[in-house]
Design a protein around this ligand. Structure first.
Ligand code: GMT
Length: 376
């Protein structure tokens, strides 16, 4: 199949999922066209089945806001015609599903019928898309997609609850390439560079937005380090990073916390991590938690959104109520202070992550594509 993938090319989970999906589809012989405003961060390898088309938005001083949706829909029309693309797969409703719909309409006028699959990722539904300014456009785009998928059952339920949706939504969970994620622990995992033999390594990875509850991450770690030698790895960047550094100073733990910024070496950081913290306010899925689990790292998370579908209570980690720092700290200390228990949770985390193996999940998308093509 010749498939156009539209996504955000940044470090966010939706862009990562879309890119990894495109890479796997290309390995399976499909011709993939990424259409976005810059090269997706995880798209390092270009090969004959992978194309990247940049959406350029010319700056025009008259426009207070430059019209990205217009540029994107025009680019979609041009690329579909030039490469004979058969299907659009848009990730994130705003503005991608909206622009995709416009492209479909323009192509139809020219006698070309093309189906559109929309994948909902979370913030497009629960945070941004739910804003009254966007709600009508988001409902419209979802209702006018040929097939809609959501990354968890919880996000599907939220979408029906928050929007006036008159159609079926299929759940296709996010996935992980287990082997790629695992680092050879003997040669490539440089734990000694980060901590001493006795220190436990706790990690958090995110885009440092309010929704991630970064102060809770620091407070949980603060309790851990009172009970045992420990280090905290904070990976990622965003508006909550500077306040987080200030909080570490205030608590007197700055020497135990490393702020990495955005990293392309997530698996190298996860390979020496003992525990992953994700106490988010809401999380449609929690791809970062799954990436940690696939590296054999147990997860302490909140029990919100789709997280219980990924992190299994008492098996791959523990889940507490949003903001319940004491419970999450207690469970973190329980796992970290008993080596046998930590070993068990680490191997359980890896086992649970295998349920989300790329080889099981990507065929679900292929099935959806075949169904969408049959509709036209
Ligand atoms: O919250 C983020 O980290 C970014 C956000 C995004 O829109 O890319 O992630 C959302 O999509 C990811 C991939 O499907 C999910 O794993 C995240 O849970 C989801 N974030 C939220 O729901 C807050």
């Amino acid at each position: 199949m010749k498939i156009a993938i539209v996504c955000y090319p940044t470090f966010g989970g939706s862009g990562v999922v879309a890119t990894e999906l495109g890479l796997e589809l290309a390995r399976r012989g499909h011709e993939i066209h990424f259409i976005t405003y810059s090269q997706p961060v995880r798209l390092a390898l270009l090969n004959p089945n992978i194309h990247y088309h940049e959406v350029h938005v010319p700056e025009y001083p008259l426009f207070h806001y430059q019209p990205y949706e217009l540029a994107l829909s025009s680019k979609l029309v041009d690329m579909v015609k030039l490469y004979g693309i058969e299907l659009l797969h848009v990730h994130y409703a705003i503005p991608h599903a909206y622009a995709g719909y416009m492209a479909k309409k323009m192509l139809k006028e020219q006698g070309i019928k093309i189906p559109m699959v929309t994948t909902l990722h979370g913030t497009d539904i629960t945070l941004v898309g739910n804003h009254p300014f966007y709600k009508p456009a988001v409902s419209f785009s979802i209702n006018h997609s040929d097939i809609v998928t959501s990354v968890s059952q919880d996000l599907k339920d939220d979408t029906y609850r928050l929007f006036d949706i008159k159609r079926e939504i299929e759940v296709i969970p996010n996935f992980i390439e287990i082997d790629k994620n695992r680092i050879d622990t003997t040669s490539e995992c440089h734990r000694s560079l980060m901590a001493t033999e006795t220190q436990k390594i706790v990690t958090h990875i995110s885009n440092f937005r309010k929704v991630k509850r970064i102060p809770d991450v620091i407070k949980i770690f603060n309790e851990i380090q009172k009970k045992m030698p420990a280090k905290l790895m904070m990976v990622g960047d965003g508006p909550e990073k500077a306040p987080a550094e200030a909080l570490c100073e205030e608590l007197g733990i700055s020497d135990k916390v490393i702020f990495f910024g955005n990293s392309h070496e997530i698996s190298k950081i996860l390979c020496f991590s003992d525990l992953f913290l994700l106490p988010s306010e809401t999380e449609s899925f929690g791809l970062a938690a799954l990436e940690a689990m696939a590296s054999g790292v147990p997860v302490i998370s909140s029990n919100t959104g789709g997280l219980p579908e990924v992190n299994k209570e008492g098996v791959s980690g523990y889940l507490g109520n949003v903001g319940d720092v004491d419970y999450m700290a207690e469970k973190a200390i329980e796992i970290l202070s008993d080596d046998a228990k930590l070993f068990e949770f680490k191997s359980n985390a890896l086992k649970v992550s295998q349920e989300f193996d790329v080889q099981q999940i990507v065929p679900m998308y292929e099935k959806v594509y075949r169904k969408a093509l049959k509709m036209h």
